[in-house]
Design a protein around this ligand. Structure first.
Ligand code: DQA
Length: 148
């Protein structure tokens, strides 16, 4: 069974109560449960993690080299600031789907720039919590070569 890491960055632990008008009322625990269920239906084993710390996220990307076939990454605000995260993705041979609950392109100008996008397989944004299910499907299709 293929193994996927769903990695969440800063402030996403507060989903459900954090700016629900933008991010919805679904908690991270609910998203974790959906990922596990949807992943199982797709034949994917899903490991779910969250950290508010850039270095922890970088370590998780490095560790994925030996343990995971793909990564769904919601890097939160580090998307717009972290060249170190971008370099971590470039340093490992693991496909990454960039994910955002909100449509970052329809928000403030500073959210339009993603340092992750140029090194990601693709970007999913604006579909709320459902985006995680879409990202798992995109990774499965990629791993099976359906997108080539
Ligand atoms: C986010 C979008 C980012 O701009 C923001 O900093 C977040 C969440 C999203 O999921 O929509 O923390 O990644």
């Amino acid at each position: 069974m293929r193994s996927i890491l769903v990695l969440n960055g800063p402030n996403l632990n507060l989903l459900g109560t954090r700016q629900p008008d933008i991010y919805g009322e679904t908690t991270l625990a609910m998203i974790e449960e959906t990922c596990a269920r949807h992943g199982a239906a797709l034949g994917l084993a899903v490991t779910f993690r969250q950290s508010n710390h850039e270095g922890v996220l970088i370590d998780a990307i490095h560790d994925a080299r030996d343990t995971h076939d793909g990564i769904v990454l919601n890097a939160g605000a580090y998307t717009h600031s972290s060249i170190a995260l971008r370099d971590a993705i470039s340093s490992v041979d693991v496909p990454v789907v960039e994910l955002h609950l909100s449509n970052i392109h329809a928000r403030e100008d500073f959210r339009h720039l993603s340092h992750i996008a140029p090194v990601a397989l693709g970007q999913i944004c604006g579909f709320g919590a459902h985006g995680y299910a879409l990202a798992l499907e995109a990774l499965k299709a990629h791993l099976e070569g359906v997108d080539r």
